[in-house]
Design a binder for this molecule. Sequence first.
Ligand code: URA
Length: 486
Amino acid sequence: MKTAVLASETDFDGWRVAARALRLAGVEPVAARFVVAGADGQGGLFDIPYSAHPRESGDERNRDEFTVPAAFVDLARDVILHRSADRFDLMYRLLWRLRDEPDLTKVVSDRDVADAMERARNVSRSSHKMKAFVRFRQTHDAHGEAWVAWFEPAHRVVERTAPFFQRRFTTMRWSILTPDGSAHWDTETLSFGPPATRDMAPAEDEIEAFWKTYYASTFNPARLKLKTMQGEMPKSYWKNLPEAALIPGLTAASQGRTEAMVATPAPAPNARFMRAVARDLHAARPDAEVVPADLAEVERGVQACRRCPLYRDATQGVCGEGPKAARLMIVGEQPGDQEDLAGRPFVGPAGQVLDEALEEAGVDRVDVYVTNAVKHFKHEPRGKRRLHRTPDAGEVTACRWWLDAERRLVQPKLVLALGATAGLALLGRKPAVIRERGQALTLDDGSVGMLTVHPAYLLRLPDRAAQSEARRAFVEDLSAARHLIG
Ligand code: URA
């Protein structure tokens, strides 16, 4: 067994150097062990045949240099922040396999890859919760006003998340204390210190009262959805949130009097702090209703979107692409397996059918803004495959926020819906596609829409004759769309 000692639980650089040395020395995953140094923090490599010149040792095979995809490095950086004890081993196992399976990180059905991606998602969620639920309390020290928060993140995300607070609260001195370590900002330098305990953070102040009033005044009993609320604000975080003390009371009071909004005006204990908090809330709540000002904001919003649960199992959100002033917008259903991996719409088999039909209809895809009604891939695992599942009306409605934003920003002359789901998103009702196809329809904002079949429908038809007839009709609809945009 070869052992590498890492300087800390989050020592990604140490792991990277050690893993590389082990890999070059041909140490198989079962024979490699990563341990974290004791409190003295003395890390470093020992017990492994590490050499600054790995080419000089080992047999021919082990001397090969190898590179890993940037996506793997990013994945490892996240996974190593996971609290699981075997995370270093998992990533070393993946690194080991990468040389013979260079595309391994794209095989999301692989057990190790899926496991790593799930852990990375947990880490990312934990960082998000930290952004949303850290509550600073005001203190004073020899240098004046300072803000201190106590927080217990699910994973070791303090260092990763601290730059967010640096950007949000640039002009204020603050510290975030956690059981893993602490982060400090003195308005010039971000630094990290040792683990803390809850009693090191102040317990009560006027900001506490502000949070309680703020929460009470924004609490809308008519919208009470306990499950969603607990999903967004998990109970494990409640004990550190001043406003959480109000939740049981507000919840009980909401029953039977949904119109009676709690309307206490929120006091402003510190204007500067409150401005920063307002910005913070906007940035931290991914579903905040901040209307995107451009397509780049749509992209960022989609990646952070939690409007429905589909983001959980998708690799990423897939936004539309194409000219920002395209005359034609084509709306599909949702990204498929390949689109989910590539992060681009219509690049898989249905995309190929669409591309060919567009070409035949005389429409250049580069002039078209191509997007989907739903931005995350809905699927279920079946063996090594991920099988498409049709998004439901709730998911379509939730995602309409992004489609509407794309329509408002691109302002196409014509929006062409491919299939029933896209039709539902645009018309607000499930259309009879075959009956209504090819005609100009007026959409809710007065713009012009049209329906046609989804290209995947052509792929599903049983025989060649039916396929070529359906294909001809599809090209005809695309040609009609071309004529409508002039
Ligand atoms: N099907 C769709 O509806 N959209 C895509 O992006 C790919 C397949």
